[in-house]
Design a protein around this ligand. Structure first.
Ligand SMILES: N[C@@H](CCC(=O)N[C@@H](CS)C(=O)NCC(=O)O)C(=O)O
Length: 206
């Protein structure tokens, strides 16, 4: 399997899940600023939408969309227990979180806060919306270690990748101590750590 990714973007969620699941993947880096691979290939020829992540299976099948890909990977490695069984209410709760992160968090940060040209009034509106969502997450995570309870799931990998953008975009997490502790908790997991190291986002301890 090949994962087309760009460091620290939403593709990090897929990368973390692959590592947590113990699934071998080849990484193909995409410069999403110019939509090119390191060898000069035009990324639009790989994904006509131009964005990461894209997972290419060994038979050439291409999968896009974070929420779909992470569920696919989790189902390949049931022993890792990253997603409850199909048909269970617990799985639906994970899917609720995936949808919430995708539609309410991911697409609030991006494009609005990432783009320099966004009007300050729009940025302020987005920051207020994020503050409400972060407040909700903080209250929940003060009571339990992960979004759906005691166990890390694919939704936590996605939440990590997106909430972590706060550090790049001057969105202070100080008002949300439980949310900050949650990010640190995920960073200390072996699979997540491997993904962060491979993307050059943390350094190997000496
Ligand atoms: N709906 C897509 C969104 C993917 C997305 O927004 N990817 C961003 C990085 S986080 C990207 O590659 N942007 C570059 C572009 O759209 O040209 C998903 O959930 O996978």
């Amino acid at each position: 399997m090949k994962l087309y990714y760009s460091p620290a973007t939403c593709s990090l969620a897929v990368h973390i899940v692959a590592r947590e699941a113990g699934l071998p993947i080849d990484l193909v880096k995409v410069d999403i600023g110019i939509h090119r691979l390191d060898d000069g290939t035009d990324y639009y020829t790989v994904n006509p939408r131009g964005y990461v992540p894209l997972l290419e299976l060994d038979d050439g099948t291409k999968l896009t969309e974070v929420s779909a890909i992470v569920q696919f990977l989790a189902d390949l490695a049931p022993q890792a227990a990253l997603l409850p069984p199909a048909g269970s209410i617990e799985r639906v709760h994970v899917q609720e979180w995936l949808t919430f992160i995708s539609s309410e968090l991911h697409k609030a940060f991006s494009p609005w806060l990432w783009h320099k040209e966004t009007a300050e009034s729009t940025k302020q509106n987005v920051r207020e919306r994020l503050a409400r969502h972060f407040g909700e997450l903080d209250r929940l995570l003060a009571k339990q270690p992960y979004l759906t309870g005691q166990h890390f799931t694919v939704a936590d990998a996605y939440a990590y990748a997106i909430v972590n953008w706060s550090h790049y975009l001057m969105v202070s997490l100080k008002p949300y101590p439980a949310l900050m502790a949650y990010l640190a908790r995920i960073e200390s997991r072996q699979g997540a750590r491997q993904a962060l190291l491979a993307e050059g986002l943390v350094k190997q301890a000496a």
